[in-house]
Design a protein around this ligand. Structure first.
Ligand code: ATP
Ligand code: MN
Length: 467
């Protein structure tokens, strides 16, 4: 068997009369007057291939084995389909079953199964309509990300996953240690601490899983000019929301000789590009999301792909929120971080499309963001999207050594740990900017899926690390 066999998606464009093998899993089988109709899927496209097994063509016991989930190869002739909604179907002349799926125990057959239930069978859910579509879109979006940056001369760089600088303050970190030993299994499992002394540990000091590749990306940008990361990121988020994962994928472009204006332009172009790419290449999958998951999806995506984003300063946003007359759970005042409810009001009620907020109070943003003339705000920008809230967080970085040192002190961070980061400002410093975009937040936006756990194959969240 060659990997270059025909996919189901290829069969749809074959001329009637062609002979072909169709491999896949049975979605459903319907018997009618001795004739059987099998809906076959190999995940290559949204549409299933209808395979017709004519009366008497195969032994009845064999046909009975073709229950939902069974893996099979059909050989047959491509014929014009009399049924609506499909141009061709396959008239089977041979069939080979690889593995049956017992109808009494196969979990993925209930119609109308909840997302929560499907999450418990994450290893099987990809065979269904919704998750087939999610993971095709995920793959196509990842390709669009690389294509976008490659076309603009950005270099893909790989920043470390294990880091010894608990620098960034972007989120709570997972420790990486060989000082802990696991004994026992299941409920009897226990940690044994071999040494509490970090100097005795693997790296000779405390180490963690990265919360962001940004600081390292900055070092690469100040040599390669335009770079981006695209890789896994870890945050021990204990919040259990529908938009936070403990392990997620982040895209972080960083540009030398670039201001916040250039950064916002890139963010906007980027989102529009990826969305347009998906509209062009994932039509049937998006159509499905539009019909079954989020009614306004296609309209919104088409709108976002072609219109510019609203720009507002943080201060203007806080004023608008205060004047809104809305009752928020968390009152909003200048100096406080915006809550999801505020972000949603701004994007959904006030503007009706994505909004870029800029110039946040310095206290609620990271130390490395460039201080404005007013001494109170920093050159930060967040892109907020309807339904999702924050989808991108970025800034122009502080390139002035003395100010950056002051900021590190203000935050009570250990200056010594940042020696290499400060070197960038000592030697050939330049204005530079970048942002971080959570890949799964983007996928929630383009699919309409309501829970971030449902746009990654295997979610890691508090209490959950199955599969
Ligand atoms: P939030 O306020 O939503 O927690 P953040 O301010 O912590 O976001 P940043 O540190 O700016 O986010 O990270 C950059 C981007 O990474 C965010 O805009 C978001 O798209 C994504 N992101 C952040 N935390 C998570 C998470 N736990 N799971 C998935 N995506 C995340
Ligand atoms: Mn966060």
């Amino acid at each position: 068997m060659d990997y270059r066999r025909s996919y189901v998606k290829d069969i749809f464009s074959l001329a009637p009369g062609s002979e072909v093998d169709a491999y896949g899993w049975v979605k459903t089988r319907r018997d009618s007057k001795g004739v059987s109709f099998v809906q076959l899927s190999d995940g290559s496209c949204f549409q299933d291939l209808q395979v017709v097994l004519e009366a008497g063509a195969f032994p009845e016991e064999t046909v009975k084995q073709l229950t939902t989930g069974t893996s099979v190869r059909f050989r047959g002739e491509v014929v014009e389909s009399p049924a609506a909604g499909q141009a061709v179907e396959l008239k089977a002349t041979q069939l080979e079953i690889y593995g049956i799926a017992d109808a009494t125990t196969y979990p993925l057959q209930k119609k109308g199964a909840t997302m929560e239930f499907l999450r418990e069978i994450s290893h099987l859910r990809v065979r269904g309509n919704t998750f087939g579509a999610v993971f095709r879109v995920r793959s196509e979006a990842a390709y669009a990300v690389h294509k976008f940056f490659h076309e603009r001369g950005f270099r893909w760089i790989h920043t470390p996953i294990i880091t010894a600088s608990d620098c960034e303050g972007a989120g709570a970190m997972f420790a990486v240690s060989t000082s802990l030993e696991a004994t026992g299994h299941g409920d009897d499992a226990q940690w044994k601490l071999k040494s509490a002394d970090p100097t005795q540990d693997f790296f000779g000091k405390p180490a963690f899983l990265t919360v962001s590749g940004q600081l390292e990306a900055e070092t690469m940008a100040l040599g390669l000019t335009n770079v981006y990361t695209f890789g896994p990121t870890f945050r021990a988020e204990n919040s259990n929301t529908a938009r936070h994962l403990a392990e997620f994928w982040m895209i972080e472009p960083e540009m030398a000789f670039c201001s916040l204006e250039g950064d916002m332009k890139l963010a906007e172009e980027f989102l529009r590009y990826v969305i347009q790419h998906l509209l062009d290449h994932c039509g049937p999958d998006l159509e499905f999301f539009n019909q079954r998951i989020e009614p306004e999806l296609l309209k919104t995506l088409e709108h976002v792909a072609t219109s510019s984003f609203e720009h507002m300063t943080y201060t203007e946003a806080v004023e608008a929120l205060a004047a809104s007359g809305e009752k928020f759970e968390f009152p909003c005042h200048w100096g406080a971080d915006l809550q999801a409810e505020h972000e949603r009001w701004l994007t959904e009620v006030k503007v009706g499309r994505p909004v870029i907020l800029t110039d946040y109070p310095k206290e609620i943003k990271a130390f490395y963001m460039r201080l404005n003339e007013d001494g109170k705000t920093v050159r930060a920008m967040d892109v907020l999207a309807p339904r999702i809230g924050e989808i991108i967080g970025g800034s122009q970085r502080e390139e002035r050594l003395d100010i950056l040192e002051d900021r590190i002190e203000e935050f009570g961070l250990p200056k010594e740990a940042y020696w290499w980061y400060l070197d960038l400002r000592r030697f050939g410093s330049v204005p530079h900017a970048g942002f971080g975009l959570g890949f799964e937040r983007l996928l929630m936006y383009v699919t309409g899926m309501k829970n971030i756990r449902d746009v990654i194959p295997y979610h890691r969240t508090p209490g959950s690390a199955e599969f």
